[in-house]
Design a protein around this ligand. Structure first.
Ligand code: GDP
Length: 464
């Protein structure tokens, strides 16, 4: 199959020491040859793979004349030993904005077309260089904002999720092979597994898949982030806590009630996990129209939050507004952590009792001094992660797509197992086992729709 040749600048746009342009496809070497000449007199076809070669980069004038515009290092990767699996040429020139555009234009003039977002990685996936979960991990790596996300994404890129799912896939295939033998030759003892062994093997597969599915709790908390809302009546220290968690003065802190009117959202790393943190207007009845909208939005956020930091002022007794908030919190589905703030001033016993009544997770904190953040971290990690998982080593699901595929595999593997265990005709388990395999093939991308693939890669940047 021939592919058209694509090109893009893979480094971010802007002035920099160096820029990297990538050309990939059947004609990559021939096209690059038109814009680059090695200093040693060889042609690009002659230079060895994966070896940086120094030379001159040329642009093409309107009249077709070639003019030298830069010196560069060029590396040729020959198919299939390249990132995309195709012939690829990487041109490392200086990082001027006009310069890189000029070189890219010359590459297009020589016959390449502009790469779309994520197209290099998409080709890597389509050419079997990486599974879909690994490609997603690569996107996560580029987006990583904290250390844990980095470790998890890097580990995911190594294909651990695919390795795990492939192992179960092969096991299911092995079991199915025996099932088919029994179906085809019912009277002979040819299958290499007995019905009991098949049942146990299916149970083993289902268990492995359940364990894999369970890793999403941690993967979600680290990679996607926990949807977290800070709420409380005005002046308890919500904005102070928000700023403390995001590590800068993002929200306005004053002792004037009703200062935070709109929702502020940012991500913040808290220990191993990431919070998608929203600071809300203090929930209170108010005559101010703008603040009232803020309060309404805060209520909506509460309903959908996965985690709620309910902040109370430890320096005083609970008041009516605190009680009203507690009433609201009894209706929400997310995990609630009661934060007794201003503990540098004190912890009023009535507020402490009130918080203990409200929920089982109570943390003493001072947003002012930072005391108590470790305790808060520990509580959140306990609620949202599995401490036994190693982000660097274990297969961990990191997005909803992967989770849904594994859940579907679990469900079907369990159904297949039940069909065998409960003595149904043996062919009844085939459909379910095959469905489980199909779900796993979807997880690593061997069987996914073209739209889904396009959708996933469209989130990449151009040049990746
Ligand atoms: P919000 O209205 O709930 O967002 O509260 P703010 O964060 O704006 O804080 C209200 C007031 O309480 C400000 O004067 C803060 O300086 C003060 N405050 C916030 N957290 C603490 C704390 O932990 N200790 C003490 N002593 N004061 C705090």
């Amino acid at each position: 199959m021939t592919t058209d040749t694509i090109a893009a600048v893979s480094t971010p746009r802007g002035k920099g020491g160096v820029a990297l342009l990538r050309v990939s496809g059947d004609r990559a070497i021939e096209i690059a040859e038109r814009v680059f000449s090695p200093q040693n007199g060889q042609t690009l076809h002659e230079i060895p793979s994966r070896k940086a070669t120094y030379g001159t980069v040329f642009a093409t004038e309107a009249d077709g004349a070639r003019i030298a515009v830069d010196d560069a290092l060029v590396t040729v990767f020959r198919a299939p030993a390249s990132f995309t699996g195709e012939d690829t040429v990487e041109i490392c020139c200086h990082g001027g904005i006009l310069l890189t555009e000029t070189v890219l234009t010359a590459i297009f003039a020589a016959g390449a077309r502009p790469a779309t977002a994520g197209e290099f990685t998409k080709r890597a996936f389509l050419n079997g260089k990486m599974g879909l979960s690994s490609a997603e991990a690569l996107a996560d790596l580029l987006e990583a904002q904290n250390r844990e996300q980095l470790l998890l994404a890097h580990s995911g890129m190594k294909g651990r999720t695919e390795a795990e799912s492939r192992a179960v896939y092969e096991e299911l295939r092995h079991i199915l092979a025996s099932v088919y033998v029994v179906i085809d030759y019912p009277d002979e003892d040819l299958a290499d597994m007995t019905r009991e062994e098949m049942t146990e093997a299916l149970a083993g597969c289902a268990e492995k898949l359940r364990r894999l599915a369970a890793t999403y709790r941690t993967g979600h908390a680290v990679a996607e982030g926990i949807g977290t809302v800070i709420c409380g009546r005005p002046n308890v220290g919500k904005s102070s806590l928000y700023n403390r968690l995001v590590g800068r003065d993002a929200a306005i802190v004053t002792d004037v009630e009703g200062t935070t009117r709109d929702l502020l959202t940012e991500t913040a790393a808290l220990g191993r996990v990431t919070l998608r943190l929203t600071d809300t207007a203090g929930l209170r009845e108010t005559g101010d129209a703008v603040e009232r909208i803020g309060v309404e939005r805060a209520r909506n956020e509460l309903e959908t939050a996965e985690l709620i930091f309910a902040v109370f002022d430890g320096s005083r007794e609970p008041d009516e507004a605190d009680k009203a908030l507690a009433g609201e919190l009894r209706k929400v589905g997310g995990e609630v952590v009661a934060v007794i703030n201003k503990s540098d001033v004190g912890a009023d016993p009535k507020t402490v009792d009130f918080c203990r009544m409200l929920c089982k997770n109570v943390v003493y904190l001072s947003a002012k001094t930072g005391e108590g953040i470790e305790e808060l971290t520990a509580v959140v990690e306990r609620l949202f992660t599995d401490g036994a998982l190693d982000l660097k080593e274990d297969a961990i699901l990191t997005n909803a797509r992967q989770h849904a595929a594994v859940l579907r595999a679990v469900e079907n593997a369990e159904r297949a197992e039940r069909a065998l265990r409960e003595g149904y005709p043996i062919d009844l388990c085939c459909h379910d086992a095959e469905e489980a395999m199909a779900a796993l093939a979807e997880l690593d991308g061997r069987a996914v729709s073209e739209e889904l693939v396009s959708e996933i890669f469209s989130h990449f940047c151009v040049g990746k």
